[in-house]
Design a binder for this molecule. Structure first.
Ligand SMILES: [Zn+2]
Length: 271
């Protein structure tokens, strides 16, 4: 599943190709994504210039004047650029044709993604309005986390994955960040000290940053279909390693379920 680092990598990969370009046409082959692609989208977007390509949480935001094209990759979506688009394959749902001759192609076998037209102010759109700060925002710091978690008895891992508190930290990255911070994922959030929350902020950023750096090596894969686009796996410390020895201390990694998702932790390194 594309997580924040994959979305950020896509943004970095295609931004230089699309910013400043005019949209010549948009072709919809199948509207049935998580929400229907608006039938009016080709008319609304044609002739408009892409002024910026931004990311908020796991959403890609194409800024066209005051309007925004919002793209979400759901479970299996990818957006790739082609100077000469190959024959359409199954699950290629939308093509965006630019004045440079480039085609951006949205591919999504499971169709849980989204492509929506958002008039201003985009920030009040229901998908964006409730989002907390980005993990790299200066506002996401120990003082903020401490303030926001004092009343919360939910486990720190579930709180870390709450998009209202901080945007875009998915299951893999929550697992890994808690390991790096040495915090047991099941600890009630309100019982984690400010010092440890400071470690958690650093750990969350370092984990995401590692993945984004790793994605950097796959950037060329976003153009002309070279290679497979990266859904990169981090070299995980705990995620996906239940029963295997902890990379730091050798203790077998334990797995529990929290909120329906797998949580992996080292019972010795994480207290
Ligand atoms: Zn350990």
């Amino acid at each position: 599943m594309p997580e924040l680092p994959e979305v950020e990598t896509t943004r970095r990969g295609i931004a230089p190709l699309v910013v400043g370009r005019r949209v010549e046409a948009l072709r919809i082959y199948d509207r049935r994504l998580r929400w229907s692609v608006p039938a009016a989208l080709p008319r609304l977007i044609s002739g408009r210039t892409i002024d910026a390509l931004e990311r908020r949480s796991k959403y890609l935001l194409f800024r066209l004047g005051a309007d925004t094209l919002l793209v979400h990759f759901g479970m299996t979506g990818t957006l790739r650029a082609f100077s000469v688009p190959p024959q359409r394959r199954r699950h290629d749902h939308v093509d965006i044709l630019l004045d440079s001759g480039l085609t951006l192609r949205y591919h999504d076998p499971r169709r849980f993604g989204a492509m929506l037209w958002v008039p201003p102010p985009a920030e009040s759109h229901p998908l964006l309005a409730g989002l907390g700060p980005e993990p790299f925002d200066p506002g996401f710091d120990a003082a903020y986390l401490w303030r926001e978690t004092r009343g919360r008895s939910a486990a720190i891992k579930l709180v870390l994955m709450d998009n209202h508190l901080v945007a875009g930290i998915g299951n893999i990255y929550a697992n890994e960040a808690l390991f790096r911070a040495g915090i047991r994922p099941t600890t009630p959030a309100r019982r984690v000290s400010k010092t440890r929350l400071a470690r958690l902020v650093d750990a969350a950023r370092a984990t995401l940053d590692d993945a984004i750096r790793k994605g950097g090596s796959t950037l060329r894969d976003y153009v002309d279909g070279l290679g497979a686009p990266g859904y990169f796996q981090l070299d995980c410390f705990v995620y996906g390693r239940p029963g295997l020895p902890c990379r730091l201390c050798g203790t077998p990694i334990r797995q529990v379920r929290q909120g329906g998702r797998a949580t992996c932790y080292c019972p010795r390194c994480q207290r």
